[in-house]
Design a protein. Sequence first.
Length: 225
Amino acid sequence: MHRAEIHIGEAQAPGHGLPTQGVPVRTSVRRTLLVVAIGLGAAAANTLIAYLAMGITDFIAIMASVIFGLVVAVALRFLHRAWWLAALSLLPSLMVMFGAGDYTPHLALEQRGVREQVVITADSAAGTESNRHAYTLRGEHGVLAEKLVWRGGGSPYRVGDRIEILRDPEGIAPLWDRADVDSAEKMDWLLWGTATWTAMALLAGYRGHIRRKKNKQSLLDRFDI
């Protein structure tokens, strides 16, 4: 009789593989939406910081991207209780970082850029093997201090070409060819990264709910979130 009582007590002890009810569906949905909101907020904050830090230093925007990427990764880890999905989320973090970096200067030029007709008068890569072209431009009021930069082969510009540019009167956003300024087109990486974060959050929420039903508790279950 004494042995039977010990056996019953051990069978009822928590954490010995007995099935649990997990967490309610509403709780899993709430947690999933919270992580989705974290991802959307991180992408928006990343873009805002990249815009505000433009012309100061790239280090600020890069560090912000790293921090926000880690925040999203940790949130996914708590939601799913598996590191592989959190590790994969670092890829869309890079997409958001580069997307914000491409989008913000185009947005600034569209908002406050000044149009000007210029003539290309010199190419820094002329007579060299360099793939970095820094074109000297002459406008209505003389030679511009800022140059039009093209990196890579197959440059479409030649000395003597007349083009229309957009330049930032505040000197923050880089000078750009007016024909190539399109902030909507530059949003691709930013949108893809944010969408991937959202998809990962939905997957983590679903899998996390299933894992909890199988008595695989997450650290998140210790908190009433």
